[in-house]
Design a protein around this ligand. Structure first.
Ligand code: NAD
Length: 259
């Protein structure tokens, strides 16, 4: 059977290293036939991303700080050039909050760091979706997936301002789905349980989160990046052609519980 992404062109934002959820999704897309372009943020992780991208014969690896409108515009013009003016798939797997805001009280979050978290973790999806729109339209449609977490719907101690950013992200998914649906562009989110990545390590008490998760989740086990990759591949493929504006929970059932 031919891969679900044969002939498809994808852009993946958010690979930092081999543990990144974005990398698991990218590898799955490439395994199933997609050509995958990558962005990285900052020189510090450039080599990691270039080395990983090479293993899937990526046609484009370029820098993008999603806080910069200029970066976003340049990246999508480079993507248009590399892919002959089209794009089928966009993976947005980017988030940031200052470490000090992921340990104390949410109440104490200062204004500038509140907006920083929302800018990088939520507005960036809007900016990227807008830039992707003409490229996806040129292909007759497309599919966008972002990564979210239950801390945007419920108060999770220590998740703090990142929870507020995820709530903004979740609402953005729904509004983008409405706007872009008429162009056959779908927008969905994956809500993942805890996965040990670089970003996760900055959350105070992450180990306690994992322990509680395993006790309370109906399936009593941890999830991993491969689970997110399987869900991402589904949402990004034609199998999900009538799925948009939704959140798919990849959390061993944890979200269904009341305690
Ligand atoms: P990760 O650290 O591997 O990925 C986070 C990425 O965000 C990095 O590649 C980093 O470079 C990028 N980033 C941060 N600031 C940026 C900026 N200004 N411009 C461009 N890129 C920037 O960690 P991850 O866990 O794979 O995180 C990916 C996504 O998954 C995030 O949205 C995260 O909130 C979400 N998520 C993670 C978990 C988990 O437990 N790991 C659970 C649910 C959701």
């Amino acid at each position: 059977m031919a891969g679900r992404f044969e002939g498809k062109q994808a852009l993946v934002l958010g690979v930092a290293n081999k543990r990144s959820i974005a990398w698991a999704i990218a590898r799955r897309l490439a395994d199933e036939g997609a050509q995958v372009a990558f962005t990285y943020q900052g020189e510090r992780i450039e080599k990691n991303v270039r080395d990983l991208a090479e293993t899937v014969s990526s046609p484009l690896v370029t820098e993008c700080d999603v806080r910069s409108d200029d970066d976003v515009a340049r990246v999508f013009s480079e993507v248009a050039e590399a892919f002959g003016g089209g794009l089928d798939v966009l993976v947005h797997s980017v988030a940031f909050a200052a470490a000090e805001d992921l340990e104390g009280r949410f109440t104490d979050t200062p204004r500038d760091r509140f907006w920083l978290a929302v800018d990088i973790s939520a507005y960036s999806l809007v900016a990227c979706a807008r830039a992707a729109e003409p490229l996806m339209e040129a292909r007759g449609g497309g599919s966008i997936v972002t990564m979210t977490y239950l801390g945007g719907e419920r108060a999770v101690p220590h998740y703090n301002v990142m929870g507020v950013a995820k709530a903004t992200l979740d609402a953005s998914v729904r509004y983008l789905a409405w706007d872009l649906g008429s162009k056959n562009i779908r927008v969905n989110a994956i809500s993942a349980g805890p996965v040990r990545t670089l970003a996760a390590r900055s959350i105070a008490g992450f180990t306690t989160m994992e322990e509680l998760f395993e006790q309370r989740a109906p399936l009593h086990r941890q999830i991993d990046a491969e689970d997110c990759a399987a869900a991402g591949a589904y949402l990004l493929s034609e199998d999900a052609r009538n799925v948009s504006g939704t959140t798919l929970y990849v959390d061993a059932g944890y979200h269904a519980m009341g305690m």
